[in-house]
Design a protein around this ligand. Structure first.
Ligand code: AHR
Length: 330
């Protein structure tokens, strides 16, 4: 593609994008003058610590790989992501990557990219489409497995989780963004595994949109209407951290009066786990940048890539968090 100067990886708002995104259009005067790869990346937003770490990983890895990155922040809106992808198609970037806000509604814009001959790589989140020819590869976690791991820990620790000793474990669930793959899959995986133990029941479930503030508000309303909550299952650390604030404000001790299970293992979550305020975290790694750049280089070179590339991840107990914290990168 075009563009002699490398690496313009900057986080800019979508409205600013149209005006300021630099370089690399097909009409640029230096078009085809070198072989620098230009990637358009449409990010979900900045809703969580996980997302911030993911954006940093992508921007730094692009720079390391000598890939010019055009970056947009869709501020949690699918229409913004679609607009960004259309803009990348117009600019004739070499490759488009994105993490879909929600699972459905992508076929039309992905078909436009395909017709323009621009390969698409999905990172972090999947799309729900029957046509897998619309993208080259999907790099990210198995969110169903993450939900299963969370559920399995609860089943294995059901005795401790029944804090009030009434024989029933009442779980409230803080869901991620409605319609997003991690919200759907983490709920499914968890529900599937806890169904093995009839004493565990999800008594309330509501979206906190993967944000700390959302988790806090939803937990406040759960606490106002129910004083029998034993466990919070939050689809990410940020909502779990918001729930901790609400639990403390209600005069209860998080991690003791109410157990908390979360997903992500970002630094603040790990600190709360080490401090005993969260009880268990299922890791979801945001460090997808290096692998994404490798896949992009292969795709642009016309090499075969795997259709599904799974991220490796683990789980953390309180003791394991204390040990891992000093070396945690994010
Ligand atoms: O898609 C990954 C999820 O999105 C993370 O678990 C959550 O924190 C983020 O907002």
């Amino acid at each position: 593609m075009i563009k002699k100067t490398l690496i313009a990886a900057s986080a800019i708002s979508l409205s600013a994008f149209a005006l300021t995104a630099c370089g690399a259009g097909a009409d640029s005067p230096d078009s085809d003058s070198d072989d620098t790869i230009v990637m358009g990346f449409a990010q979900v937003g900045a809703e969580s610590g996980w997302r911030t770490a993911n954006t940093k990983s992508i921007q730094e890895s692009a720079e390391d790989a000598g890939i010019e990155l055009k970056f947009t922040d869709a501020q949690g809106k699918q229409e913004n992501q679609i607009q960004a992808i259309r803009s990348y198609i117009q600019q004739k970037v070499d490759v488009i990557a994105f993490s879909p806000v929600v699972e459905t509604g992508w076929d039309a814009v992905l078909q436009e990219a395909k017709s323009a001959g621009i390969p698409v790589i999905l990172t972090d989140r999947a799309v729900d489409s029957d046509d897998t020819s619309l993208y080259e590869s999907f790099l990210g976690s198995d969110f169903v497995v993450e939900g299963e791991k969370a559920g399995q820990w609860l089943v294995d620790n059901a005795g401790d989780a029944d804090v009030d000793g009434d024989g029933t474990i009442n779980v409230v669930q803080l869901e991620g963004t409605t319609g997003a793959a991690p919200a759907i899959d983490r709920a499914d995986g968890f529900a599937d595994v806890i169904s093995a133990d009839p004493s565990i029941k999800v008594t309330a479930s509501q979206t906190g949109d993967f944000t700390r503030d959302g988790g806090k508000k939803v937990m406040e309303s759960f606490l106002q209407s129910d004083d029998t909550i034993d466990v919070v299952y939050a689809h990410n650390d940020d909502m779990g951290l918001g729930a901790i604030e609400a639990i403390k404000a209600a005069g209860l001790t998080p991690g003791k009066d109410i157990m908390i299970i979360t997903v992500d293992a970002v630094h603040d979550g790990m600190q709360a786990l080490a401090d005993g305020e969260i009880n268990y975290i299922v890791e979801c790694s945001p460090l997808l940048g290096p692998q994404l750049m490798e896949i992009a280089q292969k795709v642009v070179a016309g090499e075969e890539v795997e259709e599904r590339i799974l991220t490796e991840e683990t789980t953390f107990t309180q003791a394991e968090a204390k040990e891992a914290l000093p070396d945690r990168q994010y």
